[in-house]
Design a protein around this ligand. Structure first.
Ligand SMILES: O=c1[nH]c(=O)n([C@H]2C[C@H](O)[C@@H](COP(=O)(O)O)O2)cc1CO
Length: 145
């Protein structure tokens, strides 16, 4: 199963350690096409040096979204790119899990929290030590549906 992981890059890299933990756990369920999002080498300039530039990044990522069955997004650190990916993923009717850490003190955007439909679009409040359990619950609910 292809999994698309979304996390903030140019929106800020404060949560990269959490992204790494999530991607590591996701790799037990399938192939994570966007493993680079969790790389501590990637700074908030992103993949700026890629020859095909921002258009290349965008087109590659939209294609990876199409090829994914499941989209998992860490949405605590606000990111325009993640919001855009989620909007496109909704339009593609993907199964989506958004993970938010209330301990951050932030309030999640209504456009994410309010998109929850209890079926295709799931929003889960969690703490970092629950990553593995939350993913396990999500992937076993997929098997049942
Ligand atoms: O260099 C990049 N590579 C890349 O794959 N992305 C994608 C994947 C991330 O889930 C999302 C992050 O968006 P943003 O950079 O606006 O925070 O966009 C975004 C960038 C930089 O915007």
């Amino acid at each position: 199963m292809n999994v698309y992981f979304c996390g903030s890059i140019r929106g800020g890299r404060d949560d990269v350690d959490v992204y790494r933990r999530i991607v590591h756990a996701l790799q037990t369920y399938g192939t994570v096409l966007t493993e680079h999002v969790s790389s501590s080498v990637l700074s908030d300039t992103g993949e700026a040096g890629t020859p095909s530039g921002d258009r290349g990044i965008h087109d590659r990522d939209v294609q990876w979204l199409r090829e994914s069955e499941v989209v998992v997004a860490e949405v605590t650190q606000p990111s325009l790119g993640v919001g855009y990916e989620l909007g496109r993923a909704v339009d593609m009717k993907k199964k989506i899990l958004c993970l938010f850490r209330p301990s951050s003190g932030r309030t999640l955007s209504a456009m994410i929290r309010g998109a929850e439909d209890g079926e295709r679009f799931v929003v889960k409040d969690y703490s970092e030590d629950q990553v593995e359990d939350v993913l396990q619950q999500f992937f076993s609910s997929l098997k049942r549906s």
